[in-house]
Design a protein. Sequence first.
Length: 429
Amino acid sequence: MEALSKEMQEKVNYCLNCKVKPCSNKGCPLNNDIPTFIRLVKEGNMEEAYYTLLKTSILGSVCGRICPHYKQCMGSCVRGIKGESVQIGDIEAYISDYGLEHNLIKNIEKTEELKGKNIAVIGGGPAGLTASYFLAKAGANITIYEKHNSLGGILEHGIPEFRLEPQVLEKTINSILSLGIKVEYNKEIGKDIKIEDIAQKYDKVVLAIGANVSSRMNIPGEDLNGVYGGNELLENKDYPDFKGKTVAVIGGGNVAMDTSRTIQRLGAKKVFVIYRRAEEQMPAERKEIEDAKKEGIEFLFQNNITKIMGSRKVEEIECIKTKLVQKEGDTRLSPVNIEGSNYNMRMDFVVMAVGSKPEEKDIAGFEKNKWGYVNTNEEKETSMKNIYAIGDIAGNKQTVAWAARSGRDVAYKIIEELKNKEELEPKKI
């Protein structure tokens, strides 16, 4: 029996262990069996709680910390209807941390479903890591090709350390690699490796390189010095000198929250988050918004940036107020600029965090959909045979849990396809 702290005991006891499991079936992108693993923790059976989590996710220590819980599992919690939701994220992280600390993954038995099969995974972010885990569990030989000198993708090169401690990510990655997964570091598509060459060497290839090029607003002045993309700042950690400066971060998602909070920590005098819709429409996690406010970041809701001004570098921005209207056929209120409400603000830097897209050179040769992402069929296969695309590069919902879900889904599809292929092919004598 695992002795729980008083705080954790209170958190697990608060769960009603609903039979309908809305937190799992409706709220969690991975459909983690939340009531079951919470019940097992209540009973002090931490090992079984961890193994229950491993059936659907290998990123519990990560997702338990950084997922938008109020928009996912906790947002569907029955207890949240009349009061506070069960702290599912904290419990998930607690269980997974225990599993990592005790190296419980060593007890996971591999099957031989994909014995002798060689699969390449290009990209070591949440989607690629999850796919690698489930494929390795099925007995495949996995090689991850990673453009950086460390794995993690957005977890390592996008989520600030104040949200995800490096040692937590390191332990998670090491547990996955302990299944015998090989890694080729510093292998960038088009520079160090070619997709076509990789495809010839492996039975299947999984493309999981993300889509981390910051989208542009195409407004005047966007090419001035001092305008940055939020995704690139977080990924490369190559920051200008923000000390004593005034900075505008444009957008309302978690990238906007992460960049604004990072810039604040780097000594900026004032950081504004400018978002064209209302606060309740922000896609960012509620906790991240509240933390940003507590840290002194100022939010300008229902405001839009229309122009960036300066002789060579950013000196000023023009904004306009917006109103929200219901457009025919839309379920979400749309922001409309209020004529004559323009105003200017002195500014030293502008950071664009209004979305992201794939790097064009990385997906050359693939058929793309109308949004510019790699097009896939129902089996997640691209226009190139035996090459699959998952996560952000395929236009999936841009959260870690949804990326992980796409990694697990493609692993299951590859397992099913290769097993069926083996059964159809005559045995060699």
